[in-house]
Design a protein around this ligand. Structure first.
Ligand code: NAP
Length: 321
């Protein structure tokens, strides 16, 4: 099959379209013929090898040569222990381990997949999984957002942020979106009440405080983040620098005791029940999986360059078949 592969961490030019072995599903997996795969921040990170936790599978070079985790396609073959899906079923979801999707075929376990609703295209379905589930957990399920609360989303114009802004608005929050200059009108179009340009302003120094902060690109110290929280408020780290993870784990409990402000890690296991929850909101038209651009498989390097240059608003999708 054709796949886009890379053998060292670095810029998008290192990605090459090559012929590779078609994967063989284990007894617990299905083989999926991929129709569409979307790009997430996790692909950008695994491409460059930063933050350092993305090197867990391969310290000096990528542990797995194919990026891409969020796929939509049709089942070609089902392992003998698979009970929910059979050949011909249209499915979507995440590939365990966040890799293998920039290809014509991939294998996935059934617990990270769901049936693709007929009302959604393959591209729309591929745009939902990782980003939609991070946003749903961070804002609704763990964030427990309430009407009238002030919510800030750092990295609001990207994959997870675009869902998070919409979910926070849907549940009645007053939303501030933080991203680069070029994405501010886009954030307003998603419903953000206020926008902050991260290239000009540091939201932790504005004097404003929030009930809930979802940070998908964390790099500010826990003290700075605590400053931007109301007493009783919660800050969730969804992605960002490793140093901040240690700060949250080591200093977070102390900050909570002293100030009543919660600084927490948002853990988002790949699973189909959260995927179905966010997808229901998309089917009902309450949340839109925003697709900025589509590229063919042969142009994955261009697609990732577009994302890394800070231009992508919402999702970029690769149309495979
Ligand atoms: N917690 C979990 O269990 C879990 C599970 C899966 C994934 N993740 C992680 O969750 C994160 C999800 O990210 P994503 O897919 O939404 O990424 P994304 O699509 O790349 O979006 C990130 C957004 O943040 C913006 N940004 C960059 N620097 C910024 C700054 N200094 N301040 C504010 N915004 C900034 C980017 O804009 P530019 O275009 O200007 O760069 C972009 O719009 C990833 O780190 C991923 O690894 C976490």
């Amino acid at each position: 099959m054709k796949a886009v592969v890379y053998h060292q961490y670095g810029p998008p030019d290192l990605l090459k379209l090559e012929e590779v072995e078609k994967p063989v599903p284990s007894d617990n997996e299905v083989l999926i013929k991929i129709h569409a795969v979307s790009i997430n921040g996790s692909d950008r990170e695994a491409l460059i090898g930063k933050p350092v936790y993305v090197r867990i599978g391969g310290l000096r070079k990528p542990g797995y040569p194919i990026l891409g985790s969020d796929i939509a396609g049709s089942v070609e073959k089902a392992g003998k222990n698979v009970t929910q899906f059979q050949p011909g079923d249209e499915v979507f979801g995440e590939i365990p381990g966040y890799h293998g999707g920039f290809a014509e075929y991939a294998c996935a376990t059934e617990n990270t997949l769901a049936r693709k609703p007929t009302s959604l295209t393959f591209e729309q379905a591929a745009a939902i999984p990782q980003a939609g589930v991070i946003a749903l957990r961070g804002i609704r399920d763990k964030g427990q957002v309430q009407p009238g609360q002030k919510v800030l989303i750092n990295g609001a114009g990207g994959s997870a942020g675009s869902f998070a802004v919409q979910i926070a608005k849907l549940y009645g929050a007053e939303v501030t979106g933080v991203d680069n200059t070029y994405k501010l009108d886009y954030l307003r179009s998603l419903g953000a009440d206020h926008v902050v340009d991260y290239t000009r302003e540091d939201f932790t120094r504005s004097g404003k405080q929030y009930d809930l902060i979802l940070d998908v690109i964390a790099h500010r110290s826990v003290f700075a983040c605590a400053r931007a929280l109301k007493r009783g408020g919660t800050y969730f780290f969804a992605g960002g620098s490793v140093g901040i993870i240690f700060q949250i784990l080591l200093i977070g409990p102390w900050i909570r005791r002293m100030t009543g402000k919660n600084l927490r890690m948002l853990l988002v296991p790949q699973n189909s029940s959260d995927l179905l929850s966010i997808t229901k909101l998309c089917e009902a038209g309450k949340i839109v999986p925003v697709i900025d651009r589509r590229y063919p498989l042969s142009q994955v390097p261009e697609a990732l360059r577009y994302v890394t240059e800070g231009r992508a608003k919402g999702k970029v999708v690769i149309t495979v078949a």
